[in-house]
Design a protein around this ligand. Structure first.
Ligand code: HEC
Length: 159
């Protein structure tokens, strides 16, 4: 039992000091130093995952109300907008890289556009913005969450 635990610990240690060159740049998450805010971000992400699943079943059924409502909730940020104090917002703006904030903004705009497309019952446009949103998940995770999703590192660079 002990050697196995040692092996695991060593693995954790190697990863955390970035011994793997591919991981060196991205072993740290953007909110590693803010555990409470990181926790809120994770809750937000879990809500996003559920929203995406809801939209992916409602869209092919033409359930426009459900698509629009869910996209609207994504735009309004389920947890983040509601649970953050002004001080939290300030900390986030000081802690998160500008590129992260821009990605997040772009993502929320896509959600708004999806909401409008669904309200107009425009299947093609809804599909377009839905796929843009999924692309945003992947792009942001490849840039800022490979500590959480290391397999996204495969395939290499971001362009
Ligand atoms: C602007 C950047 C950004 C966007 C856009 C984004 N994510 Fe994330 N996501 C992150 C980061 C950073 C983490 C890692 C948080 C941490 O440090 O644990 C994460 C983690 C997650 C997790 C793991 C949460 C947990 O419980 O640990 C899930 C699930 C997830 N994201 C789903 C999604 C989905 C689905 C989308 C798109 C609909 C998405 N994310 C869009 C940045 C983003």
């Amino acid at each position: 039992m002990l050697p196995r635990i040692k092996g695991v610990l060593l693995g954790v240690l190697l990863v955390s000091i970035g011994i793997n060159p591919a991981m060196a740049e991205s072993a740290a998450g953007p909110l590693d130093d803010e555990p409470r805010l990181r926790q809120l971000l994770q809750e937000e992400m879990q809500a996003l995952e559920e929203a995406l699943a809801t939209i992916s079943t409602a869209l092919p059924r033409g359930e426009w109300h459900s698509v629009a409502k869910t996209a609207g909730q994504v735009h309004d940020s389920f947890i983040f907008q509601q649970k953050l104090s002004d001080a939290d917002r300030k900390t986030l703006h000081q802690t998160l890289p500008e590129a992260f904030i821009q990605r997040d903004k772009a993502f929320h705009q896509q959600a708004k556009k999806l909401q409008h497309a669904a309200e107009s019952q425009d299947a093609e446009l809804s599909l377009f913005y839905y796929s843009k949103m999924v692309e945003s998940c992947v792009t942001c995770h490849r840039q800022f969450a490979t500590h959480r999703f290391p397999s996204l590192l495969e395939g290499g660079s971001d362009h």
